[in-house]
Write a new protein. Sequence first.
Length: 452
Amino acid sequence: MPLFGTDGVRGLANGPLTADLALHLAQATAVVLGQGRTAAARRAAGKRPTAVVARDPRVSGEFLSAAVAAGLASSGVDVLDAGVLPTPAAAFLIGDIDADFGVMVSASHNPAPDNGIKIFARGGVKLPDVVEQRIEAALDGDMLQPTGAGVGRIRRFADAEDRYVVHLLGSLPHRLDGLHVVLDCAHGAAAGVSPETFRDAGARVTVIGADPDGLNINDGVGSTHLDQLARKVREMGADVGIAHDGDADRCLAVDAEGRIVDGDQIMAILAVAMKDRGRLVDDTLVATVMSNLGLHRAMQDNGIQVVQTAVGDRYVLEAMNKNGYSLGGEQSGHVIMSEFATTGDGLLTGLHLVAEMARQGKSLAELASVMTVFPQVLLNVRDVDRSRVGSDEVLQAEVEAVQAELGDTGRVLLRASGTEALVRVMVEAADAASAQSYADRIAAVVRERLAA
């Protein structure tokens, strides 16, 4: 199995993901990313390459980030340790201080025993596959071993949080005065910075999930567990609830009645608002094939084109960067606003969503009504030969038959898992019963035709 997955290197801390692996991965990263043109120019001027390192608050992040910093410094890279900060903050800071690259230690929405290492290139952008492959190959090669004045220094990035907050506040089209926001910080990396930023933007803020102890990250709170947030919004009579995940690179919301507003709905709201303000490049939104059919309908009704990509925010980013688009994301709440960020940013997204409520003087429910959500059923069919999902003629005929029956009132998507022996069956229809029935029908054919 390759070391890098869809979002960096991830696994059970002190299981597959050890301090030794973190140290050697950092050394290999220094070999590949610390030898670029700018880094070479720094060395020629008697300076060392620079990297930003940050982490979420899970307990294993303490030793893993220390191992990363040690690996980089031992390879002649100066390390600015930003401590506990959201992933998008780390990405921003890399570009803000013109660092050569950066490393984020986080497992995002995963439970506390897991952890991960995400590497960002110069400018705070995610690495393309080919560069990840070069880093993985470098693990088997010679490492940089400078001595004396050539070794790197590890220093505290003292104003990291302040720089990020100022950046977020400067991006807003409108202040949040008069709105009551409940924030769920998932006991994660947003616990310190998100409440402060929303308050500075003018909102009245109530906070839950903001007491990280290293072990409770994502535990019953955050964007993967919205029940507590919905209850708190109703209990407080708040205007809106905003939920982050463990590293705050995603944002989901609930309206004043506690109804969930997902990433598709958030993108629909922001796309229409950005088009109205002349900020939506080429009147285009980038979304994955998993985005709801209702998003496509809403965008069509508002004169906005939707460019579709494979599942994964990295593919959304690739399409955005290739064509200079300004907005894209996923149903899960990874929303990328490229005018202000190089990756999904849950704080940025939440702030801009609430800013639109304030700017337009509308409730979140009113804004979300721009899109009608089609019922969507997703089934995982396990223990099948995923390699034949696109070649089995009987299965393809069944998918085509269902799509014909749905017509323009629904959609079918079959997708092989990238890591497991399973096939995902997704069906959207005008009503939940029809979506379930069609999904069950296709899943039965998948089991029959692709039996391993």
